[in-house]
Design a protein around this ligand. Structure first.
Ligand SMILES: Nc1ncnc2c1ncn2[C@@H]1O[C@H](COP(=O)(O)OP(=O)(O)O)[C@@H](O)[C@H]1O
Ligand SMILES: [Mg+2]
Length: 248
């Protein structure tokens, strides 16, 4: 597998009340094409900042971030972001939301509709094409957000705590759905969460960050076959190991 993304000794400071606040303290790791990477760490440690740097929405102060060997200069169609709050357009129905990215890129209507319908099917939204966001449950809204990100066919999907607003039951269902969609689309996924169980359930490897300023504590490989059993000893042990690492 080839490396799609290389993060090399990244440091990032923010200005906070006239002082320099170190947020990312020398983070390095590589991401292979097609990999599902989890990023975990305590709240406020710098996970979103790291994801925004990869998205090209924020710039590191030191170090390098290379996408297929080239420095990231800004946002691009090769990367799409999915957020916790869905960021759907309330005045557009499901298909309208999914079509949005294709419209602004002037994709011909027929082709756009075909694409949108393909991704509606992929995320399990058939029959809800004409529904509006307020008529949908949280899990369904997140499916719309996912389809909207995927329809533009990015290579990398950047996800920032996308399931955090959902109840535990729906979250579990959506975790399985994400793993299925990932394996069907062969995308590279970088998935930020403060929920260790979520990362252990889904990811190939987990970037474990310390409290702020975030240092890389571990790059944990998850060797369990999917679908994973949350109650297996291996699962519980790995979850506990990462939990203790972050606490220490
Ligand atoms: N634009 C900004 N200006 C100043 N401080 C910021 C900015 N963005 C984030 N921070 C601070 O950086 C730290 C890390 O934030 P963030 O990356 O959002 O953490 P996480 O996603 O892990 O909860 C926090 O202390 C936050 O207050
Ligand atoms: Mg965050």
């Amino acid at each position: 597998m080839s490396e799609i993304l290389q993060i090399k000794d990244v440091r990032k400071w923010f200005n906070s009340e006239g002082k320099k606040l170190l947020v990312l303290d020398g983070i390095s790791f590589d991401v292979r094409a097609g990999e599902f990477i989890g990023i975990v760490g305590p709240s406020g440690c710098g996970k979103t900042t790291l994801l925004r740097i990869i998205a090209g929405l924020e710039k590191q102060d030191e170090g390098e971030v290379l996408l297929r060997g080239k420095p990231i200069k800004g946002p691009g169609q090769d990367r799409a972001m999915v957020f916790q709050d869905y960021a759907l357009f309330p005045w557009r129905n499901v298909i309208g939301n999914i079509l949005f990215g294709l419209e602004i890129r002037n994709i011909p209507k027929k082709e756009a509709l075909e694409k949108a319908n393909r991704f509606i099917k992929l995320v399990g939204l058939e029959g809800f094409e004409r529904s509006y966001p307020h008529e949908l449950s949280g899990g369904m809204r997140q499916r719309v957000a996912l389809a909207r990100a995927l329809v533009c066919e990015p290579e990398i999907l950047l996800m920032d705590e996308p399931l955090s607003a959902l109840d535990a039951q729906t979250r579990n269902v959506m975790q399985s759905e994400l793993v299925r969609i990932w394996s069907e689309t062969k995308k590279t996924i970088i998935y930020v969460t403060h929920n260790i169980e979520e990362a252990v359930y889904m990811a190939d490897r987990i970037v474990v960050l310390s409290k702020r300023p975030a240092k890389l504590l571990d790059l944990a490989e998850v060797k369990m076959e999917r679908p994973r059993d949350r109650f297996s000893k291996e699962f519980i042990d790995l979850r506990a190991k990462i939990f203790r690492l972050i606490q220490s």
